[in-house]
Design a protein around this ligand. Structure first.
Ligand code: SF4
Length: 72
């Protein structure tokens, strides 16, 4: 993962910058939310990103925080 994208929380745990904001937006996300976006590090994205399910409760929560009511 490129330097600067992750903030270290503990010696073994990092968080992608921007994902803890009130309206979360990962520093690796390119494009315009609600229009068209893409992960800038897709091939190297961490395991939580690989395990995140579109349409899950967490997904729908994040969408609501951006004013997007419907599931993708
Ligand atoms: S999939 Fe990519 S843009 Fe989305 S949170 Fe993970 S690293 Fe960030």
């Amino acid at each position: 993962m490129p330097d600067g994208l992750a903030a270290r929380l503990t010696t073994s745990l990092c968080r992608l910058r921007g994902t803890d904001h009130l309206r979360p937006r990962c520093a690796a996300l390119g494009g315009q939310v609600g229009q068209r976006v893409r992960c800038g590090i897709y091939e190297w994205r961490p395991s939580p990103c690989r395990e995140f399910d579109a349409g899950s409760d967490a997904c729908l929560h994040a969408r609501r925080q951006h004013g997007l009511e419907r599931a993708a």
